[in-house]
Design a protein around this ligand. Structure first.
Ligand code: AVI
Length: 323
């Protein structure tokens, strides 16, 4: 997301309420949404360049190969009126820039609305777009998905919504269905939705993508505790926590955890709370689901959407959907 604002995107009270609730659950849970403070966003940038983390390269390759066809599916030649390209979770926009170049060349009236939870990532994206695509009209929005969905529903005019990078995989199945239904609801006949799905494949390859040899993904996961130390006056001792991740081919879920390597009690000053952890107890921090084409078709149908086009390299699929 691009924004001139650098203020925290989520009030500390939101984080505090979330953490208080998540650490009362069994198993203890924290949402991966909170990975993306400025340090976490930078670590995610590094992850996207790792040899083991194939999804970003795969999707970039799909955009590089099929850019004109993707642009045509999102902005059909006979569709009326200006187009707003709204991207949820825009990040650094590397892949989207391929599409933006294509649309700038073919569409006479479109604008780009990158939405992201990280104001830092958005500011970087806005600066790079201004330098690389000076003719582009950009309106960045720094917010979370829930607010973005409400804003989307209220937005008049033709729109194409991008949800790339297998961000859809970070929802649990029930949340995913609800999110897709909310995304679908405001779409008119000429509107389009492009979703990037990571596909099920060699389980070892998937697992390695979330447990890289350099330990960047571990640092990304552990950064959540650093964030809680800073923003909630917590005293997590990072030396007593490990990153652990596993892939279940039956459910298609990569699950990531922070593992307490000893019995310990952590104080969260801002919550006035002390949380006990048993030795080897885990905090579940992330789901990263992988999909099959039949699952994708079923999810689309359940949200009242049809598949307009699919761009697939065998590892990853970008699917254009419409009402
Ligand atoms: C942002 N999201 C799609 C990434 C994923 O693959 O689930 C986040 C990530 N977590 C660990 N590595 C990458």
């Amino acid at each position: 997301m691009t924004s001139s604002a650098t203020a925290p995107l989520l009030a500390t009270s939101d984080l505090a309420a979330h953490v208080a609730e998540g650490l009362r659950r069994a198993p203890k849970t924290l949402s991966s949404m909170y990975f993306y403070d400025d340090a976490g966003s930078e670590l995610f940038q590094q992850i996207m360049g790792l040899p083991e983390y194939y999804p970003t390269r795969a999707e970039y390759g799909i955009f590089a190969t099929h850019g004109p066809a993707i642009a045509a599916a999102l902005d059909p030649a006979d569709a009326p009126g200006p187009l707003a390209l709204v991207e949820l979770g825009a990040g650094d926009g590397l892949k989207t820039k391929l599409l933006l170049r294509e649309l700038l060349a073919t569409s006479d009236d479109f604008s780009y609305v990158p939405v992201d939870i990280s104001a830092g990532a958005l500011a970087g994206l806005a600066a790079s777009l201004a330098a690389e695509l000076p003719g582009l009209r950009t309106t960045p929005v720094a917010t979370d998905y829930a607010t973005a969905l409400a804003q989307l529903a209220a937005r008049p005019g033709r729109k194409a919504v991008l949800f790339l990078g297998s961000n859809i995989g970070n929802f649990a199945p029930t949340e995913r269905a609800a999110f897709l239904a909310q995304l679908a609801a405001p779409l008119a006949a000429a509107d389009r939705l492009l979703i990037g799905f990571d596909l099920q494949k060699d389980p070892r390859r998937i697992r390695a993508a979330y447990d890289d040899a350099q330990g960047v993904t571990a640092a990304f996961n552990l950064n959540l505790l650093t964030r809680l130390n800073r923003e909630l006056a917590a005293d997590f001792d990072l030396a007593a926590w490990q990153h652990y991740t596993d892939y279940d081919p039956l459910t298609g879920a990569v699950r990531s955890y922070l593992v307490s390597t000893r019995a310990q009690t952590v104080r969260l000053g801002a919550l006035d709370q002390a949380v006990p952890f048993a030795a080897w107890e885990v905090i579940h921090t992330e789901n990263s689901y992988k999909f099959t084409h039949p699952q994708i078709a079923a999810m689309a149908a359940a949200a009242g959407l049809r598949v307009v086009a699919t761009f697939d390299d065998g590892d990853f699929a970008d699917v254009v959907l419409a009402r």
